[in-house]
Ligand binder design. Structure first.
Ligand SMILES: [Zn+2]
Length: 267
């Protein structure tokens, strides 16, 4: 599901579409900062004890094959070492699912279309922001204790006969009122009703990692709150474009849509 590798010299990282790559580099004398760049993506490293660490998101639609990148290592005397890295992305065969939802979520009224477009821009602006430090404190966990797997991440979807964007999260079984907990420590960067995802909470965990909790019946946190790992965020429900109550749990990493279950491998 995800790749956890230790960075040594010229390095190839392998990952499936829609998962993460965790990179760890031992500290060296005089290193001030490290930044990974590959194509349009940037991921800063954070120093943890005697190592530098980052987590890289590989979007579910990233082309399979090799993608070249580099780690820029900046030293306190100002010089910068550039070290090449390769991301070897393996294709995943995502199934197609057909769904039947309320017509208003497929044939959008002009007002709903304007709202949905505005909210898409708002979300893209959130995911583009980069908090350069690690805000999480513990291993990531599933937001419904006891649930061990979700379903349908990456599925190509057809709503009422019309193709739509792939499913960018994982759906967890939940009845209305099921308590939903923060997957890890983070800051609330959105807590409100959105057209498609209904009552929605988004947490910023740092290093460009965001988790999303959607279709809630009730939200129990507010914008700018810092929540601890396991804190109650709200209750599951069936708000927005749904076929019934469940939790839609999703993750964005430096903008990439990844299976939130990949986060469980991060300590
Ligand atoms: Zn979903």
């Amino acid at each position: 599901m995800s790749a956890i590798l230790t960075f040594l010299l010229a390095t190839v990282f392998t990952a499936n579409q829609g998962t993460i790559v965790r990179m760890t580099i031992p500290d060296e004398a005089g290193v001030k900062s490290m930044m990974l760049t590959w194509e349009t993506h940037h991921a800063p490293f954070a120093k943890v004890a005697d190592k530098w660490e980052t987590v890289v998101g590989v979007d579910l639609d990233t082309k399979a094959g090799d993608h070249e990148g580099e780690v820029a290592v900046t030293f306190s005397d100002g010089h910068v070492d550039k070290r090449p890295v390769t991301f070897r992305v393996a294709a995943v065969k995502f199934p197609t699912t057909e769904l039947k939802v309320d017509d208003q979520y497929v044939e959008l009224s002009p007002a709903n279309l304007a709202r949905a477009n505005r909210e898409t821009k708002e979300l893209e602006a959130i995911y583009a922001k980069m908090t350069p430090e690690i805000l999480w404190t513990k291993p990531f966990r599933v937001p419904i204790p006891g649930e061990t797997k979700g379903s349908n991440f990456g599925h190509r979807r057809v709503f009422n006969g019309q193709p739509r964007a792939p499913h960018s999260g994982s759906d967890l079984k939940a009845s209305t009122g099921t308590p939903i907990h923060a997957t890890n420590r983070g800051r609330v960067v959105l807590a409100k009703n959105l057209f498609f995802t209904g009552n929605t909470v988004i947490l910023d965990h740092g290093l460009g990692i965001y988790t999303i909790y959607a279709h809630l019946s009730k939200i129990d946190v507010k914008l700018a709150d810092t929540v601890s790992e396991g804190q109650l965020l709200g209750l599951a429900g069936a708000t927005g474009r749904v076929t019934g109550p469940h939790l839609h749990w999703a993750a964005r990493i430096q903008g990439a849509r990844v299976d939130p279950f990949s986060l469980l491998s991060i300590e």
